[in-house]
Design a protein around this ligand. Structure first.
Ligand code: SAH
Ligand code: DHB
Ligand code: MG
Length: 215
């Protein structure tokens, strides 16, 4: 047997199975259903319900009180993560598109989480340094522009407490991870710097989810 996950293996999941396990473990309540829907003109590119649920569970396991997210969209993953925060806990979520941020704030308010979540409008590279003073953080979830994943990953490692989590969505880069392109290079850089600074894994979700615990 090959010493990696590329060995030929059965893929047992099918639509019916995925629908069943999603229903059993990761059903939406009203607030999640609202944030999973997107208004006309905004792409539906949030994490899936089971990944959202995993983010929530990971934040609980980490005892997270201070979380940073890069890439809010309309607040779906933010609501999952913020629900794991204790009273007084904070999530700063960075979003480049003002329209997305506006819808996110509405959804976060409907979830009753406005006191815990601050949506900051701007580019991740510009906003992250403004958050430095709130650190060290317990978790950083990266899910924005893929060309900057190495930059975001480096910032995360520098600003996480030991034992803190760095998580990155789209770790297969839509199937283009091995390409010689800015995005491919940045995403491979992200994998390698997380693997060096953390105990880590790339969970085989549809597009890969890196999870690292900072050493
Ligand atoms: N994490 C969200 C999905 C994020 S989709 C969820 O799972 O619910 C990616 C988001 O990143 C989009 O809303 C996009 O506008 C935003 N984005 C793109 N480039 C960005 C940048 N440079 N800085 C911050 N956000 C960015
Ligand atoms: C896109 C971005 C994402 O973060 C994602 O999970 C899926 C798609 C996109 O930009 O198309
Ligand atoms: Mg994503």
């Amino acid at each position: 047997m090959a010493d990696n996950d590329s060995r030929a293996g059965a893929r047992y999941a099918n639509e019916q199975i995925l629908s069943y396990v999603g229903r059993v473990h990761a059903s939406h309540d009203a607030a999640l259903a609202q944030a999973f829907a997107v208004p006309e003109g905004i792409p539906q590119i949030m994490v899936g319900p089971s990944e959202g649920r995993l983010l929530y569970l990971l934040m609980k396991l980490a005892g997270a009180t201070k979380i940073v997210e890069v890439g809010t969209l309309v607040g779906y993953s933010a609501i999952h993560m913020a629900r794991a925060l204790p009273a007084g806990g904070k999530l700063w979520s960075i979003e480049y598109a003002a329209k997305h941020a506006e819808v996110a704030r509405t959804n976060i308010a409907a979830a009753g989480l406005s006191d815990k979540v601050t949506v900051v409008v701007g580019a991740g590279r510009d906003v992250l340094p403004t958050l430095d003073g709130n650190g060290p953080f317990d978790a950083v979830f990266i899910d924005a522009d893929k060309d900057n994943y190495d930059h975001y990953g480096r910032w995360a490692i520098e600003h996480l407490r030991p034992g803190g989590l760095v998580i990155g969505d789209n770790a297969y880069f839509f199937g283009k991870l091995m390409e010689d392109s800015p995005g491919g290079r940045a995403m491979r850089g992200f994998h390698e710097l997380v693997a060096a600074a953390c105990e880590s894994v790339c969970v085989p979700t549809p597009d890969g989810l890196v999870v690292g615990i900072k050493k």
